[in-house]
Write a protein that binds this ligand. Structure first.
Ligand SMILES: [Zn+2]
Length: 448
């Protein structure tokens, strides 16, 4: 009887041991993260301590996952480095089917430094905005303005604003020049837009604007311009952005830049028309490569933006916003621009569009030569007088008669154009502006 009991006990112990072993083999691993939450500023590093228990001894080591991926980077030792922009997300540590999460907050830094330039920082809905303490305006109002312009541009381009980015405003050109290499350090290939006082760094996804290079009224235009480059690059992807011909990338940027500047739109339109009238409008084939674009100097480097803007506007008019969106989707999927173009405007080939460009621009104006006065000028007030379709490089005399009188001897540019910005040196009132050159006498009224 006793032996029997012992035998049963041994059997129970054996069974119990067997169960224990079986559970040891199948019990799911568990993962724990020591830190309840992590808060960092952009670029800061912190180790995340995750540990694993249970599971098969053969199971893989911990693997890490960051959501959203732009929040930061992490190595196999759990060293997390915050990304460049503010935001919230999680880091997950996983082993087999087990995982643990830690919430991460990348806070908006109040202040920052870059190569000796000190910034106040404000983080809006779409972007982190760094304003040089030597620049005018506060960071909070700059962040509001960036949100507004980024929303407008995203909507005009029919592109969703998906990822946060950075905007830097510099108060001096020395600071701008010193900090540019820092922002562009991880830049790896073409696709940079450089417009004098404004740059978009596509690897860093940052816009830098030198406020000292532009009067205050110009800064909005510069931001909108670079935002077009930024959204196009974001939407079609780094690998495909070079499929977009430079005339469209720069021309669309110019269209957005000049959307609230009637004088600039008018100047671009009439200069382009004058070039086409004289057979000197650059063809779209010569405005396709960024290398050729960046090689132009002098007045040609300005007028190529004007020509490109007319081409971009023709395409937007032909394709409508829906067609532009179809085109960009095709480019994003890896199509060539010519293939994508067929989806933008059914029935119009890219070759035809290019061939008709000169005639369409020439037809923007009915009679040559002509003279136009519009209100507004680069410094925000005043007016602009544009004379076009003239004999290239001829000499001329311009007079303004009104509250004050002025006379100016000048030379018409090689594209048959004369442009004069009239600013605060002219008191308000009506001026008769007269332009005289060999065999031509033109005049307009300018109201200041
Ligand atoms: Zn540009």
């Amino acid at each position: 009887m006793l032996r029997k009991i012992v035998g049963v006990a041994v059997a129970i112990a054996f069974l119990a041991g067997g169960v224990v072993v079986a559970r040891e083999l199948t019990r799911p691993a568990s993962v724990t993260i020591e830190e309840p939450s992590i808060t960092l500023e952009p670029g800061e590093m912190r180790s995340i301590h995750a540990s694993r228990s249970g599971g098969s001894p053969l199971s893989d080591a911990l693997s890490w996952r960051i959501v959203p991926p732009g929040l930061g980077t992490i190595n196999e030792r759990g060293e997390f480095r915050a990304g460049a922009v503010s935001g919230k997300g999680t880091v997950s540590a996983r082993s087999g089917s087990a995982s643990a999460d830690v919430p991460i907050t990348i806070t908006c830094p109040k202040q920052a430094q870059l190569r000796g330039v000190r910034f106040d920082v404000a983080c809006g809905r779409l972007a982190d905005v760094y304003v040089d303490v030597a620049a005018y305006g506060g960071a909070a109002s700059a962040a509001t303005a960036v949100d507004r312009d980024a929303s407008t541009v995203a909507s005009d381009l029919s592109i969703p604003a998906e990822r946060r980015f950075r905007v830097y405003y510099f108060g001096t050109s020395q600071g701008f020049a010193a900090a540019l290499p820092e922002l562009g350090r991880d830049f790896t290939s073409g696709g940079i837009g450089f417009e004098g006082g404004a740059v978009y760094f596509d690897a860093a996804d940052a816009i830098a604007i030198d406020q000292s290079a532009d009067p205050q009224m110009q800064t909005t235009g510069a931001l909108r311009h670079e935002l077009v480059h930024r959204f196009l690059r974001q939407f079609v992807g780094y690998a495909n952005v070079n499929e977009i011909p430079t005339w469209l990338n720069e021309g669309w940027a110019f269209v957005e830049e000049s959307s609230q500047k009637n004088w600039l739109r008018m100047e671009a339109r009439l200069v382009s028309a004058s070039m086409a009238h004289l057979g000197k409008l650059p063809s779209l084939r010569t405005l396709t490569s960024l290398g050729d674009w960046n090689d132009r100097t002098g007045i040609e480097s300005l007028y190529q933006y004007y020509a490109a803007a007319q081409a971009a506007q023709f395409l937007i008019d032909d394709a409508k916003l829906a067609g532009m969106h179809r085109l960009l989707l095709r480019v994003r999927d890896g199509s060539s621009f010519a293939e994508a173009f067929a989806y933008a405007v059914p029935g119009l080939g890219y070759a035809d569009f290019q061939d008709r460009f000169n005639d369409r621009v020439a037809a923007l104006v009915q009679t040559y030569p002509g003279m136009v006065a519009v209100s507004g000028a680069p410094n925000g007030s005043g007016g602009t007088v544009i004379v076009y379709g003239l004999n290239p490089s001829a000499s001329a005399t311009v007079t303004a008669a009104g509250p004050i009188e002025r006379e100016l001897s000048t030379t018409i540019d090689p594209y048959g154009v004369f442009v004069k910005y009239i600013g605060r040196e002219f008191p308000p009132g009506d001026y008769i502006v007269t332009f005289e050159t060999a065999g031509q006498h033109l005049s307009v009224t300018l109201r200041l």
